[in-house]
Design a protein around this ligand. Sequence first.
Ligand SMILES: NC(=O)c1ccc[n+]([C@@H]2O[C@H](COP(=O)([O-])OP(=O)(O)OC[C@H]3O[C@@H](n4cnc5c(N)ncnc54)[C@H](O)[C@@H]3O)[C@@H](O)[C@H]2O)c1
Length: 258
Amino acid sequence: MRSNRTAVVTGGGRGIGQAIAVELARHGLDIVIADLDEEGMEETRSLVEAEEQRALGLHTDLKHPESVQSTIETALAEFETIDALVNNAGIAGPTSPCEEISATDWDETIDVNLRGPFLACKEAIPAMKSQGYGRIVNVASVTGKRPLEHRTPYAATKMGLIGFTRTLAAEVGEHDINVNAICPGSVDGPRIKRVFEKKAESTGQTFEDVRQAAESESARGELVEREDIAKVAAFLCSSDADRITGQDLNVSAGKVMY
Ligand SMILES: NC(=O)c1ccc[n+]([C@@H]2O[C@H](COP(=O)([O-])OP(=O)(O)OC[C@H]3O[C@@H](n4cnc5c(N)ncnc54)[C@H](O)[C@@H]3O)[C@@H](O)[C@H]2O)c1
C-alpha cells in the first residue's frame, strides 16, 4: 500500500463524517474535510491532527459543481493524491407526504445526496485512474432499502446511491478503484434525537417510547454508533478490503438484512 495516503471526507465537520475522518487518520491517512460548516471543520481538523495526520478543511457546497471541482483541485495540489473519497455529506430533506413536497425541496435533496457524490466522483476519478488506485465509499442508508414514510426524496437518493455505487464499481474496477456503499441504520446522536422528539410530539408518545420502538426494530435491539460506521469505512479503504467492490453493507444492528 502507498504511504502518505489522503482521504477526502465530505460532510466531515460533524456527526458520522467527523468520526470517519478521525478513524481514517488513525489508519494513517491525511484528511481533507469538505463541508459547509467552518466551525465543524476546525474541530475535525484538531481531532485529525491529534492523531498526528495532516488535515485541511475546505469550504465546499456539494450543490455547486464549481465548488466541488475547486475542492478536489486544491486537495490534489496540497496532498498530491486522493486515495480515498468518502461521500458522506447528506441532508434529511423534507418530512411530508409525497403530494405535499415541493419540487424545490425534492431537487435540493437530490442535489446534495445524489448529485453531490456524482460530482465528487467525477472530479476525483481522473486522479485515481492516473494513480492506478482509489477507494470510494458512499454513505447511503437502510432507508435506501426499506420504506421510511414521508421521506420519499431521501429514500430515492439513498437507493439511487446504491445503484450509482454498483455501476461505478463495474466501470472503474480495472483501475484498482473500489466503490462501495455503507447503509447505516439509525445512528445515536443529536440528529436522531431531533427525529424522535418530532415523532413524539406529532404522535403524543413519550420520547422514551419512540426511542424504544426504534431500538426494537433491529435484531440486536439497539441503535448504532457513529464509530461503527467509521470503522467499516476505514475497513473498506484498507487493503483488507481489496477484493470488495460494488457492495452495499448494512451497519444497522440487524435492522435490515438485505
Ligand atoms: N444519522 C443517522 O441516523 C443516519 C442514518 C443513515 C444514514 N445517514 C447518512 O449518513 C450521512 C451523515 O449523516 P449525519 O447524521 O452525520 O449528518 P449530520 O447532519 O450530522 O452531518 C452532515 C454533514 O454534511 C454537511 N453538509 C450538508 N449539506 C452539505 C452541502 N451541500 N455541502 C457540503 N456539506 C454539506 C453538514 O454541514 C454536516 O457537517 C448522511 O449522508 C446521512 O444521510 C445518517
